[in-house]
Design a protein around this ligand. Structure first.
Ligand code: EPU
Length: 459
């Protein structure tokens, strides 16, 4: 159960590692799919029902956001079902309190623009601090569709003011990079534009394909072409939709890596093979065991792990940047040198400093170790070399962001002593019932309030 009161940041996880995780665990629905699907439902005034909805904080925030706009929502958290209908827009002003919470508010421009003549006012985008994360691709694509977007300072923070008084016109948009968010925003806006839109160099992540499937059911004529183009013809009429959210491939892979790195065996129910091909190839290379079954994937340790890997994160179908952090922890347990080149975000290795303090042998580099990427002539630490295997020792750790947080949990589960991890509310954003899931696999993990005497030094 998620609570988002102020005391939540005062919690900590107490983890005693060194236990081989064993058992069966179910991966939840994908955070990065359902949050966008809820926003996409705002395109129409018809009822939409979503199944396999994870009970995580990012969904709560998105539900709050949609309610703010005027959606009537019923969320059965036990069944993982959300019913949403947005008969009318109550407002097109997204309050500043949603700024900084996640990357969803900026998508409101695409979703709402065709439904209103009012200005849509959206605070600056948030999300994990893993790079600059600008929204220029979103803005340029929406402007090409006919939107007028201005950035204005409001009180302490800025906001985008977007309108399309003349309506949006379908066109050809070439994205400079296959950005997930920019592709989603452009698709959403195109669903109510006049005429056909073609997005070239679009992102084709499984979460985007889930959005495409949903939109097709909603009434939009939408196609994904072989050359990374997405073609959208607006809906003539919207229909009611029932949609089952895809499984979270980040959570599924992360739980699998946890099983392997603790020398255990875990069946991850619901893990979808087709979304994890690149990851499973790397697991095979590192000498880990997995078996794909009809309703999930079993991950197991089958002997010493082999290093010597070269991992480059990339857009789909490449190695997902959100698999990178637990994979680096896994590589600390593999024999030999491995290279990891992060090409999606320029600043996603900050967490490795803590891993080094725990005993990992990791060296970071500003140049590209591998094919030159967008960050090659810039001064970002975006390549690293891991030398393993190294024992990891326990630490008191503060989580800086969602995926780094999981890497720390994994490192703490490998280390044989007790680690205290503060900031578990970051994990609540994307992992459903993490403590319960880990405990069910035999892990020694508890979530406790930080004693008052320690609060100032930890939070
Ligand atoms: N970029 C720009 N300008 C833009 C948009 C993106 O320069 O207008 C750059 C970003 O700075 C980044 C790269 O393009 O360097 C990729 O960004 P993208 O837009 O693809 O990412 P996103 O939509 O912000 C989503 C997920 C991320 C996931 C990435 C890549 C959500 C809410 N977030 O982010 O997930 O890592 O795609 O697959 O869907 C997470 O779940 O922890 C997470 C960070």
């Amino acid at each position: 159960m998620i609570t988002r009161d102020k005391t939540q940041g005062m919690d900590m996880l107490k983890i005693k590692g060194g236990i081989a995780l064993q058992g069966v665990v179910r991966a939840a629905g994908a955070k990065n799919a359902i949050t966008k699907l809820l926003v996409a439902s705002l395109l129409s005034n018809k009822r939409c029902v979503f199944f396999n909805v994870p009970n995580i904080a990012d969904v709560e925030i998105t539900v709050d956001l949609c309610r703010e706009i005027g959606s009537d929502i019923h969320w059965d958290k036990n069944e993982g079902v959300i019913e949403i209908v947005t008969k009318e827009l109550k407002t097109t002003y997204i309050p500043q309190r949603f700024s900084g919470s996640n990357r969803i508010p900026i998508l409101m421009i695409g979703a709402l623009m065709g439904r209103t003549d009012e200005d849509i006012i959206v605070p600056t985008a948030g999300g994990c601090k893993i790079g600059k994360r600008p929204v220029d691709f979103h803005i340029h694509a929406l402007e090409k569709l006919g939107a007028i977007i201005e950035y204005r300072e409001m009180k302490k923070e800025g906001a985008y003011f977007a309108r399309a008084h003349q309506g949006l016109r379908g066109t050809v948009i070439h994205l400079p990079y296959p950005s997930v968010g920019a592709t989603e925003n452009t698709i959403l806006a195109s669903c109510r534009a006049n005429g056909t839109t073609v997005i070239k160099n679009a992102a084709i992540e499984p979460e985007i394909i889930d959005l495409v499937l949903f939109l097709q059911k909603l009434g939009v004529a939408i196609a994904v072409d072989v050359d990374r183009s997405i073609r959208i013809q607006p809906a003539e009429e919207f229909q009611e939709v029932e949609h089952t959210v895809i499984t979270d491939r980040i959570e599924a892979a992360s739980l699998g890596m946890l099983a392997i790195s603790t020398k255990g065996k875990v069946f991850v129910e619901g893990a979808q093979h087709q979304h994890m091909i690149t990851f499973l190839n790397k697991l095979r290379e590192v000498g880990a065991g997995f078996q794909v079954k009809s309703n999930g994937i079993e991950f197991f340790y089958k002997g010493p792990l082999k290093g010597g890997l070269h991992v480059e994160t990339d857009v789909h179908p490449g190695f997902l940047t959100d698999w990178q952090q637990p994979f680096v922890v896994l590589l600390t347990q593999a024999e030999g040198h491995s290279i990891v080149h992060e090409t999606v975000y320029e600043n996603r290795f900050g967490y490795t400093e803590t891993l080094r303090e725990m005993g990992a042998d990791i060296q970071r580099f500003t140049h590209c170790l591998g094919s030159p990427c967008r960050f090659s002539s810039q001064n970002y630490c975006h390549s690293l070399v891991v030398k393993g295997p190294t024992p990891l020792s326990s630490r008191d750790i503060t989580i800086p962001d969602l995926r780094a947080g999981f890497a720390y949990v994994m490192a703490a589960l490998i280390a044989p002593e007790t680690s205290l991890i503060s900031g578990p509310h970051y994990l609540d954003r994307g992992y459903e019932n993490l403590v319960q899931k880990l405990t069910s696999l035999g892990a020694d993990v508890t979530r406790e309030a930080i004693p008052t005497s320690q609060k100032s030094s930890r939070v």
